[in-house]
Design a binder for this molecule. Sequence first.
Ligand code: GLN
Ligand code: ZN
Length: 762
Amino acid sequence: MTVTVATLGFPRIGPRRELKFALERHWSGKASEAELLDAAAGLRAAAWARQKALGADWLPSNDFSLYDHVLDTSVMLGAVPERYGAAPGEADLGTYFAMARGSGETSDCGHNHGGQTALEMTKWFDTNYHYMVPELTAGQKLALNRPKVVDEYREAKALGYETRPVLLGPVTWLSLAKGRGVDPFDYLDEVLGLYAAILGQLANAGAQWVQIDEPVLVLDLSEQQRRALTRAYAKLTRCGPKLMLATYFGGLDDNLGFAASLPVAGLHVDLVRAPGQLDALLAKAPKGLLLSLGLVDGRNVWRADLEALLDRLEPIAAQRDLILAPSCSLLHVPVDLALEPKLDDEVKQWLAFAVQKVDELAILARALNEGRDSVAAALAASSAAASARKVSPRIHDPRVAARAAAVSADMRERRSAYPARAVAQQATLGLPAFPTTTIGSFPQTAEVRHARAEHNRGNLSAADYADFLREETARTIAWQEDVGLDMLVHGEFERNDMVQYFGEQLEGFAFTVNGWVQSYGSRCVRPPILYGDVSRPQPMTVEWWRYSQSLTARPVKGMLTGPVTILNWSFVRDDQPRAASCRQIALAIRDEVLDLEAAGAKAIQIDEAALREGLPLRRHDWDAYLDWAVDCFRLTASGVADATQIHTHMCYSEFNDILPAIGAMDADVISIETARSQMELLEGFADYRYPAAIGPGVYDIHAPRVPGEDEMVALMRLAQAHLAPEQLWVNPDCGLKTRRWEEVKPAIVAMVKAAETLRAAA
Ligand code: GLN
Ligand code: ZN
C-alpha cells in the first residue's frame, strides 16, 4: 500500500512577513496593485517549492489569501453586500479590500468620511485567526467572480506543480455567514450551484482532486447543517474532481459515521486533537475512502514523536493507502524554526514549525514505504528529543510541582462574601456613585513605540528608556486626576503586549524572533512558547505601580493579565493538561497580586480578555473548561484581604451563555464590552442576577469615533434596566492603547461628565 504526504495549507504571510509588508506598502499607496500581486505570486511560488522540496506529494493551492480565505470565498460566490457598490460578479481588488478594511478617507481627526465599514470580523473556530464574517441579505444576487482558485491552480501548473486546490466548504461558509433578514441556508441551492460551476472549471483546468474544508463537522451539528451536508456532497461529488473532505480542530465524535458515509473520495481527520477517533474511523470508513490522517499538530509548535506514531501507523498502512498530513492547515504555526537564532538549543530541539512539520511527515512516509531503516538517523533524533524533553530540568521544576500539589480549596476563596467585601472596600476607597475608571492602557503613540524599538535596538539606554516611560506615566496620571477620573491606571506604556510582558518575566516561557502567526489580514502575533513549569523569580509590576501611586492620592489599579488569558494566547505544553499549565501561571500571578497588595495597592485588575474564546468547540466540554478556568482565576485573586478590590476585564460581546461562570469568578468589579451592542449584552442579566459590581463599557474604543456625554448617559440608563445603580461603574469598552490622544481626551472628559449627570439624577 502507498503512503503519501499532504499539507492542507501553508503559512501565507511568508517567512519574514513579506506579505504583511507588501500589503501595507500597497494600502499606503507606496506600491501598485501589480507590485502587490507580484509579491504574492512570489510567496506562493516559494511555498510550493519549499513544500515540494520537503517531500510533500500533495501540494495545496488557493490556501494563499491576500487577506482571509473566508473573505475569498465570499467574493468568489459574489456575496458582496450592496454597500460596496460592485455589480454582481464584478468585485475587484478594491472591493475586496473595502470589505476587509472599510473604505473612504480617514481624516486627521481620525474620522472615517463617507466610506463603508468593513465586514465584521471574528475568530476562526477556537484559533486566534480572525475571518471576515460573510453577510447575506434577503434578495441578494449571487454570481461567481473570477475564481482565484482556478487562477492559482493554473499558476502552479505553469510552474510545474500539480496541486490540490483548497476550497472552504459550502456548509461551513453558510454556517459562518450572518443573514440580514434571511436565513443563510436559504441560499444553499444557489451556493451549491456556484460551487458546482467552480469544480467544473477546476476539472477543465486539469484538477484531479480538490480539498474541501468542512470544519463544522467537528461541531455539534444542527439538523439543518446535516441535511445541507448530505445535499451538498450528493451534488458536488458529481462535478469532476475527487473530493478530499477535510475536518479539523477536533474529533468527529457523533458525526463520525455521518462524515464517513458522505459520498466523497477522501476524508481528512484530526488525530492530534482526537487521536481516539482513528479506530472508530477505520471500522466505519468504506474501503474505497482515501483516509488522510492529521498526525502532526497544526495548532502547536512541538515536534512529534515519530517512532510512537509509526508503531500506530504500520499495521494500518499494511491494509490501505494513507495520506499523512498535519492536523489542519499550517496557517496557525510559525514558518521555520531555522529562523530562530536566539532560541537556546535545548528548547529548540523540542520544536517544529511549519517547515519542520512537513519534514516530519516525509520521514514518516518514507519509514512506512521503505522501512524504518531508511530513515534511521531521523527517527533516532526524534526519539532522543522526545525522551530528553520528558526529563529535562528546564521543564520540570520540583518546587512548582510541590506548590501546585499543595493548592487547597481555601486558596480559591475570598475571606468574605461580596457584600461584606463591598463594605470594607468602600471604607478604604470612598468612591462616589457611578465611579469612573479606564481599562488600563492609554495611547501607545508612535513616540512610545519608537522609544521601545530604540531601546530594543540598543540605541536608547535602559535608564533613558525608563525616564521616558516615567514621564509618560506621570503625565497620564496627572491628566486622569485633572479630568476627574475616580480610579486611575498607570497607562501600560512599558508593555509591548499584555501576555508577552508577563511571559518575558516568568520562568517557563520562550520567545521567538520570527515566529509570526497571522491574526488577521496583515496583522500577525508572535505567541510566547510555554515550554516548562512556570514560576515568578521576582515581582513584575510592583515598581511601576509604586511609582504611579506615588504621584497621586487617588487609587491606582494594579494591572495584571490573568492566567487563562496568558494560557490561551500562548503556544502551550502538550505534555500536561492545559488546566495544569494554567494553575501554575495562576500561582505565579497570585504572588504578584499579593506583592501589589503588600505594596499598598487597594485595587488590582486581573484581565481575562481571552477566557471566553478558550471555550471548547463542543458544548459538552464547556463545563470542564469553565470549572478549571474559573478556579484558576480565583486562585490568582483570592489571597487578598476583603478591603482589596479585585477588578477583572473581558472584552467580548457574547457571554450570556457563560454568565454563571463569570459570576463564579467572584471578582468585585468587572468591566465588559457593551457599547457596540447598545447594551444588548446586558439582556442576559435579566435572568441572571449578577452579584457584584460591573462597568458596562460606554465608549466603543474599537472605532475612532468620539461619543458624546448624552450617548453615554443613555447607555448607562439602558444598563440600569438590568442592574442596580450601586452596582454600576462607568468606563470604556477596553484599553485605549490603539486610540489617539485626540480621541481619548474628549471621550474620557465626556465620560466623566456622564457619570456626574448620573449621580445628580440618582
Ligand atoms: N489592560 C489591558 C489594556 O487596557 C486590557 C486589554 C484587553 O482587554 N485586550 O490594554
Ligand atoms: Zn478588552
